[in-house]
Design a protein around this ligand. Structure first.
Ligand SMILES: N[C@@H](CCC(=O)N[C@@H](CS)C(=O)NCC(=O)O)C(=O)O
Length: 208
């Protein structure tokens, strides 16, 4: 059986977990913090979470995990059938990670009451509006982020914005959805899915 290693506090872990839940796949959760210990680095080369344990070995990087799940379980697809549309979903998911999640991430300390260095705040203020403009040009919200099919870009988007919105508010006094028609409605709609509710409930329980 597949084993997902990581922790429910991680937004990346929750992306992989939500995809497994959406697909109705059997999996076991193995609680593992990020680690630079040799035995964990052998499973996840940067020591990050999540990583997925399969019969053939381990893999890390959420985008690789999402693509792998899609290839082994195509009955409940999280990508469109058409190659161009599949690439557009991947383009959107990659853009969410590179231009929103990773830009907002240096500000997450503010959400734990810790200091964020001034240079990081400046990078968030400069980078997030640019990243959001890119997402705005790609997102459709009709009703899902990439069009009429619920895809893994919805999952990546949801768990990106859960934290990125808070980071933008705390560090840059910026409402990421303010000038983004359809974004709030889409976010709420994704949040109503059983898979997402389960991941959030487990996250809440882990916070104690
Ligand atoms: N690019 C990685 C990012 C995963 C990631 O950053 N995970 C965080 C937890 S949310 C982590 O393990 N942080 C510890 C570290 O960076 O050493 C992925 O797509 O899975």
């Amino acid at each position: 059986m597949l084993k997902l290693h990581g922790a429910p506090l991680s937004n990346y872990y929750n992306m992989a977990k939500t995809a497994l839940l959406e697909k109705g796949m059997e999996f076991e959760e193995v609680l593992a913090p990020p680690s630079q210990e040799a035995d964990y680095l052998a499973k996840s080369s940067m020591g990050k979470i999540p990583c997925l344990e399969t019969d053939q070995g381990f893999m890390a990087e959420t985008s690789a995990i999402l693509d792998y799940l899609e290839e082994i379980e195509a009955e409940t697809p999280l990508l469109p059938a058409d190659p161009y549309q599949r690439a557009k979903v991947r383009e959107l998911a990659r853009s969410l990670e590179l231009y929103v999640e990773l830009v907002a991430r240096p500000g997450y300390n503010a959400l734990r009451g810790k200091d964020v260095p001034e240079h990081a705040i400046e990078a968030i203020k400069a980078g997030l509006p640019k990243g959001m403009a890119a997402i705005q040009s790609l997102a459709k919200f009709s009703p899902w982020i990439a069009g009429d099919q619920f895809t893994y870009a919805d999952i990546v988007g949801y768990f990106t914005f859960v934290l990125a919105k808070l980071s933008a508010e705390a560090n840059a006094d910026l409402d990421l959805f303010a000038q983004f028609p359809g974004a709030s409605e889409w976010f709420d709609k994704v949040g109503e899915r059983d898979s997402v509710k389960k991941a959030l409930a487990d996250q809440k329980a882990a916070r104690g």
